[in-house]
Design a protein around this ligand. Sequence first.
Ligand SMILES: C[S@@+](CC[C@H](N)C(=O)[O-])C[C@H]1O[C@@H](n2cnc3c(N)ncnc32)[C@H](O)[C@@H]1O
Length: 455
Amino acid sequence: MSELIPEGTLPAAYASSVEVFEHPKKGRCLRSRVQLQPGSVVLREVAIATAPDLSVSDVDKRVVHFQASACFHCSGPIAGGCPWPCEEGCDYSFCSPQCYARLGHVHRAECPHVENIESLGLRKGVDAWRLLLAARATAACSEDPQQAKVVEALGSYCAVLVADAGGLLPTYMSIEEAAANPNFTPADEGFDACEPCSVQAEMLCRVLMNSLPLPGPGGPTVMALLAATSLCSHSCRPNCHVAHEGAGTVALRAVSPISPGEELTISYLDDLGAFGEVRRAELLRTRYFKCVCERCTSAEEISGWDAAAPERKETLVAKVHAVVEERDMESLADLLALVHRSSDAVACEAGRCIWRTLRLQFHVEDELLELFSVLAPLLEAGLPAHHPIKAQLYLEFARGLALGGRGAEPEFLHALSAAQSNIDICFGADSAEAEKMKKELAEGQTDEQLRMAPT
Ligand SMILES: C[S@@+](CC[C@H](N)C(=O)[O-])C[C@H]1O[C@@H](n2cnc3c(N)ncnc32)[C@H](O)[C@@H]1O
C-alpha cells in the first residue's frame, strides 16, 4: 500500500479505495481515493480481536444486560433470546456455536477467571475489558504469524502511555496468568509483583492506543482492534462512522460527502456534543494526544468554552452538580435559564444536561419538546451532518411528539426523517439499528393510535 505500512499487513483490496499519508502532527492517516456519498461503505474489515466493552461506571447493570443479550466474543445480538451458552460454565453466552468456536481455547483459558477479570477492573480501577482484548490479541498473534505482522504495523506509543501502561501491566499480566493457571485468584501473594515484560507492554500499549469501542448491532458495544480503520485520525467533526456489523466485522461509512484526496476521520469520543475544552481534556486523558482537528483549531468553534462568560460557566458547573450529584430538580429551572439567555457552549451543555435528566425520568412531555426545539439548532451546528446521537435524539423527539398527539405535524415528519437518515447513513439501511428504530417508531405510532382511538 505504501512504505508507511509494511507490505502485506493490509488486504490489497483497500488500495483501491484508500491510501495512507503522513501528517506532521497526527502521524499516519487515511485518505479516500474516490468520491464518497453519505452512507457509502469506505471499507469493511474483520477485527484482529474483539472483547465486550463493559468499562462503564454502572458495571453491574451492564453486565446483566450483556449476559442476557449479547455475545461475549463479538458483542452481536443473541438471536431470538436463544444464546449458545459457554460450555465451560461461565455466565456469559455466545451468539452462535461458530462464534464460541472462533474464540476457542482462548475462552477456555479465560473462562474460569472471567469473574476475577471483572473484579480486577472494579477493584483496581483499570479498564479490564481492554486488558482482556490485549490478552485475546496476544493469543491471535501467537496462533497466526500473519496476525502478528498486522499487529506490529499498528501505531506504537508515546512515552507517557508507556509510563501509564507500566502501571497497568501487573494487572494485565495477572489476567494472562489467571488465564493460564486454573487455581489463580486475584488475592494471591505476588499478584502485583510480576516483572513487566516488553512484549506484553508493547501489546498493551498498542491496544490502549488503537482499540475502538464500537456501537451495535442492537445495543452493547464491542471493543475492537482493527488494522485499517485504526489508521483513521480522530476528528470532533468526523466525516466517517464505524459500526460493528456482527461476528467481528466492522464497516467504515462516510457520513458526509468526501472528495478524492480528502482525509477520512472518525470520532474516538462518545460525546461530540460536549464543548471543546471537555472533548480535548477527554482525548488527552484517554488517548494521550492534543487534538488538532479542524473543529478544535477553528476560531469560530460553536462550542467555544473559552468564549463563554465566566459567570455562566460557574453557574453551569454548580447547577449541573446539583442536578446530577444531589438530585436537586429545582436547579433544572436555573439550567433552563442558561439555555434561553444565549446560544453559547454553556447553553448547549445546560440543554443536554436537562435533556438527559428528564429522559432518565421518562418525562417526555411539553417541557422536553420545547427544549428540543432550542437544542436542535445547537446540535446541528455542533455535531457532524450525520451522527448516532442525532439519530437517537430525533427519534425520541418524534416519539414524544407522537405520544403528545402531534404525530401528523411537520415537526414530527421532520424529526422522523432526520432520525431515519442519520440511522441509515451511520449504520446502513439494512442494519439491526435501522430495524430497531422502525420497530420503536411503529410502537410509538401504535401507542398514539390507541390513545386516539374512540373508547
Ligand atoms: C489510532 S492512532 C491513528 C494512527 C496513527 N496516526 C499512526 O500513525 O499509527 C491514534 C494516534 O493518532 C494521532 N491522532 C489521531 N487523531 C488526532 C488528532 N485529531 N489530533 C492529534 N493527533 C491525532 C495521535 O497520535 C493518536 O495517538
